[in-house]
Design a protein around this ligand. Structure first.
Ligand code: DX5
Ligand code: ZN
Length: 216
């Protein structure tokens, strides 16, 4: 499978959100990546349901929603109603991960589990077959525009091995500090989905940068 590209709207210009959505629609991007932050799990607050609903009305591609909120299981139905297609929750934010993953699937969404940079991938060995996607954070979550953490390559390699050993189709998504400089190495190491915020929306040619991330 060719890797997927998911631009993160966190770095978009919200004053012209409709234009930014149309740009992603017309680009070679595969998904919209939406970062929801509660100011508790991470030291930042982003956006919630009304914004996601608005994006859903204009987006022609699936919404990949990354929840950086504590006890995300409280809001699974609401994110489905708002328009999420893929819903990812942090391993560090929910006590009953297995139950939460199945609650996401029961709502008809793909279930993703996110690991912070310090969380070993081994923590997922007993749930990997149940998960549609693993998101490995390559920065500490909370902000766009941070530097990529190099240890991520090591985590991707171990994760890939675990997935192959389990005979699972779980995708590996990488989020944080992704750019045209490290994208090839990430995909060669085993990444299936690349999220990019600043690299896309702060570039002179966002649509061209999405194309460059897709055609490595
Ligand atoms: C960070 C978010 C990311 C962020 C990535 O907490 O999860 O999705 O938007 O931004 P860049 O690509 O600029 O590091
Ligand atoms: Zn994200």
């Amino acid at each position: 499978m060719k890797h997927l590209v998911a631009p993160s709207l966190l770095s978009a210009d919200f004053g012209k959100l409709q234009k930014e959505i149309e740009m992603v629609n017309q680009s070679q991007a595969d998904w919209f990546h939406l970062d929801v932050m509660d100011g508790v799990f991470v030291p930042n607050i982003s956006f919630g349901f009304p914004v996601i609903k608005y994006i859903k009305e204009h987006a022609l591609k699936p919404l990949d929603v990354h929840l950086m909120i504590t006890q995300p299981e409280r809001y699974i139905k609401d994110f489905r109603k708002a328009g999420a297609d893929i819903l990812s929750i942090h391993y560090e934010a929910t006590t009953h991960l297995h139950r939460s993953v199945y609650a996401i699937k029961e709502e008809g969404m793909q279930a993703g589990v996110v690991l912070n940079p310090h969380t070993p991938v081994d923590m997922l060995v007993d749930i990997i077959k149940d998960v549609d996607m693993v998101l490995l954070m390559s920065v500490n979550p909370g902000f766009g525009g941070q530097s990529f953490i190099e240890n991520t390559y090591h985590k991707i390699a171990i994760m890939k091995e675990m997935i192959l050993k389990a005979g699972s189709n779980t995708l590996i998504e990488i989020d944080g500090g992704v750019s045209t400089k490290n994208a090839s190495k990430l995909v060669e190491t085993g990444a299936d989905v690349l999220v990019a915020g600043n690299a896309v929306f702060r570039s002179d040619d966002p649509m061209g940068t999405i194309g460059a991330l897709k055609n490595l």
